[in-house]
Design a protein around this ligand. Structure first.
Ligand SMILES: [Zn+2]
Length: 188
């Protein structure tokens, strides 16, 4: 198309149209092959790009916050109903039985293996650590079981009912893997 105005009479925006800045973020592809005959486009191989992906995730721990504060301070917390006395090893602030309000208490360091399994596959976060043992921990007079890792044991050494003891990571990540269990040392 012929421009009716000579370049010298064009506005600065016309001579230098605004352009978005080029960046090096994300995938940068150069010299992408492109056929002159558009009918060949359907036979084109798919473009496959790979780049790191990261997001900031903001998550409220809400009423569970004391549980994670406990882990960071090497305390495993449960809750107990103030009305009917039911104790929970997976804490909640409302009783599942009667709806009463629960109070926090510290669970014993020692519990027993209720059941266990060995994981040879897992979610991405723990995939590098497979195989590992998962246990459900039970305590006397506590109504729910606590899912956790059992560390330092071979499968042949694990048995239902064996005594286990909680350990805590020094650097809390504020997730439930901050606590794990080992075979309880013999009490003297
Ligand atoms: Zn209750």
């Amino acid at each position: 198309m012929v421009d009716p105005q000579p370049a010298s009479e064009q506005s600065p925006e016309r001579r230098h149209p605004p352009r978005l800045e080029e960046t090096e973020e994300g995938a940068v592809l150069f010299n992408v092959p492109f056929p002159s005959d558009l009918s060949q486009l359907k036979g084109m191989s798919p473009i496959i790009a790979k780049w790191p992906y990261q997001i900031n995730y903001i998550h409220s721990y809400g009423q569970d916050s004391p549980f994670f504060a406990g882990l960071a301070n090497k305390k495993l917390l449960g809750t107990r109903c103030s009305r009917c006395g039911t104790a929970y090893g997976t804490p909640r602030l409302r009783c599942m039985g009667c709806g009463g309000e629960c109070d926090w208490f510290e669970l014993p360091r020692r519990g027993r293996v209720h059941t266990w399994t060995t994981c040879y596959f897992s979610g991405e976060a723990y995939l590098d650590e497979t195989p590992f043992h998962l246990i459900l921990v039970e305590w006397e007079n506590v109504a729910t079981l606590f899912l956790s890792r059992l560390v330092g044991c071979e499968s042949a050494d694990i048995s239902i009912g064996m005594q286990v003891e909680a350990r805590f990571r020094r650097n809390s990540k504020f997730n439930v893997a901050d606590v794990y269990f080992v075979r309880a040392p013999k009490q003297t």
